[in-house]
Design a binder for this molecule. Structure first.
Ligand SMILES: [Zn+2]
Length: 268
């Protein structure tokens, strides 16, 4: 059992290039596990390479919605070379990102949906969970509602489809809809910086929740301004434990069960 587990991080991105080995070693020494998440072909391959070198690092492979415009389609042929590895535990990060797209760009939005839907099919075929990236346009929840619609439709075809909404910043009602579909939500260091999400964390059942860093992005409060690293996930655990009024030790046991159920036990 791991001391902590960060279900979403990016050792595969440039900011870890210079000291990747030291960062991975430190994580291993602290007995912390993580899932290294791809955002395109190259970074997915890199996630797999890293996961094959460090047994506490696992890989998630796929195409980020912000990369979708560069792809004509989700290249199954490429990903087929990676997906058979037992280190690959999820497909993504995939979904919809409406934050940096013109609200009237329906062609761009539809293309994101196409690349996302292709990854849903791919995940279902390979019995892997989805790692969802969902970012609504400013001051709305639009991308959440559209992803939920797509998932509700997909569940009709693939009843066993499951996954996790990473970097969750939706409402408690939106969280409930994900949970209703058999999905979980995960929180980052953002919840240590603001109390804006306290209510969502309080109202979401512990069995449907996980912790992550999204390293190198958003370092939790005590480390703000520094490069975020997966070991900092401890701060996210501490905040959730406090909001849920349980011990960190108990939360570690619950989250260990959750991540095993979601990513490491295809039959569950
Ligand atoms: Zn990410």
């Amino acid at each position: 059992m791991y001391s902590f587990f960060d279900i979403h991080s990016h050792f595969n991105l440039e900011s870890f290039d210079a000291d990747l080995e030291a960062s991975c070693k430190l994580l291993k020494e602290r007995n912390i596990g993580t899932i290294c998440v791809g955002v395109d072909e190259k970074s997915s391959q890199r996630a797999l390479d890293i996961s094959q070198k460090y047994d506490n690092v696992f890989a998630c492979i796929g195409v980020h919605p912000q990369e979708a415009h560069q792809k004509e389609y989700f290249d199954t042929q490429y990903f087929d070379k990676l997906v058979e590895s037992s280190q690959v535990v999820a497909v993504g990060e995939c979904g919809l990102d409406y934050f940096r797209i013109d609200p009237n760009d329906s062609v761009g939005k539809n293309h994101q949906k196409k690349i996302f839907t292709e990854q849903i099919m791919y995940a279902a075929q390979h019995k892997l969970p989805l790692m969802l990236h969902i970012r609504p346009s400013f001051n709305t929840y639009d991308a959440y509602y559209e992803v939920l619609e797509i998932l509700e439709e997909s569940k009709k075809q693939f009843p066993n489809l499951k996954g996790n909404a990473h970097f969750f910043v939706g409402t408690k009602e939106i969280a409930q809809r994900f949970i209703g579909l058999g999905f979980t939500v995960s929180f980052t260091g953002v919840i240590t910086i603001t109390d804006e999400y306290d209510e969502v964390v309080r109202s979401t059942p512990l069995e449907s929740m996980m912790a992550e860093t999204d390293a190198p992005f958003v370092a939790p409060k005590p480390y703000r301004g520094k490069r975020c690293e997966p070991w900092m996930v401890e701060e996210v655990y501490i905040k959730i434990a406090r909001l849920k009024n349980i011990s960190v030790e108990e939360l570690v046991r619950i989250f260990e069960k959750n991540r095993t159920h979601m990513f490491f036990d295809p039959e569950s």
